[in-house]
Design a protein. Structure first.
Length: 84
């Protein structure tokens, strides 16, 4: 399969997601970090769509962050333990 190029915006989102993961003390980047990075980019199409649907973007980001700090949050290590 031919390789597909990444846009500069995607590269920025992924870099921001990695920064957010590091700031949270994680040594991995998950979809939650990517989602937070997308929500922080007001010009991103997903953020615009959620906003048009009436989703509180700041509230969504806060809820993701809150969920990541709960005991029920499955990090990759915890998820792997549950599957083994």
């Amino acid at each position: 399969m031919d390789e597909i190029a990444q846009t500069p915006r995607l590269q920025d989102i992924l870099a921001d997601a990695a920064d957010r993961a590091r700031a949270a003390g994680h040594d991995w980047v998950g979809v939650e970090h990517v989602m937070l990075a997308i929500l922080a980019d007001r010009d991103a199409v997903p953020t615009q769509v959620l906003d048009r649907l009436g989703i509180d973007i700041g509230g969504a980001a806060t809820e993701i962050t809150r969920t990541m700090s709960t005991d029920g949050y499955l990090t990759p290590t915890r998820r792997a333990r549950l599957l083994s």
